[in-house]
Design a protein around this ligand. Structure first.
Ligand code: 3PG
Length: 213
């Protein structure tokens, strides 16, 4: 687990923001990823919420190799192998059942399991995870929650996602236990659907320039 945690921390260190993308057209995925890389955001999370999401991950892994593609919205054990086969560098979950946590702990690639409470974070730490997605961050206590758990849970690091946007990202990044933040604001659904790379590039450049705490 230690090697996988180191890998995850080095991925999180690549940029302050991980854009979370839900994509219908895998043909657009490599261009989108290359735009994010050029703007300074080399890590992208593709959610497994569309029928072609795995194809989009595969397309990015093959055609935009400078991007680091994560599989997001992993909610079942079967998706772990599928995401790995598609070329995902790591797995992200919005929440984590015991069965899913065991499967992620046994997976050969890193995982950032989701939690929303201190008890969930402790349960994941017991299984060896130290870098967790805090989701949905805005609805679950936001920066107050993160600062609240920093004292009692000093070993844990978080990527808050869900309700994080351009106006709040800097506050999250200023928390001592935040390694990076995630969100869809860099890749709005309308811009993705319209192939609007100019808008995505502009939002991504602003996100890449956010200061870390
Ligand atoms: C996720 O899957 O991480 C969320 O859908 C991102 O939430 P946001 O749209 O509030 O950024």
């Amino acid at each position: 687990m230690r090697d996988r945690t180191e890998t995850l921390l080095s991925i999180a260190a690549r940029a302050p923001v991980i854009p979370v993308v839900t994509i219908d057209d895998p043909a657009f995925a490599p261009e989108l990823a290359a735009t994010l890389v050029d703007a300074g955001l080399p890590v992208v999370e593709v959610t497994l919420r569309t029928p072609r999401a795995l194809d989009a991950i595969r397309a990015i892994a093959r055609q935009a190799p400078e991007a680091i593609v994560l599989a997001g919205t992993v909610v079942s054990q079967s998706q772990i192998g599928e995401a790995m086969d598609a070329g995902a560098a790591a797995l992200v979950t919005p929440g984590t059942s015991e069965r899913l946590a065991d499967a992620l702990a046994a997976a050969p690639i890193p995982a950032m399991p989701g939690c929303a409470t201190a008890s969930e974070a402790i349960a994941l730490h017991e299984r060896g995870f130290t870098v967790l997605k805090f989701f949905p961050a805005g609805a679950s206590g936001g920066t107050a929650w993160l600062r609240g758990v920093a004292g009692p849970l000093p070993a844990l690091r978080f990527c808050p996602t869900g309700g994080v946007d351009a106006t709040t990202a800097a506050d999250y990044l200023a928390c001592p236990n935040v390694v990076c933040v995630g969100g869809t604001w860099v890749t709005p659904a309308k811009a993705v659907a319209e192939g609007d790379l100019a808008t995505i590039g502009r939002l991504a450049r602003a996100a890449a320039a956010l200061p870390r705490g």
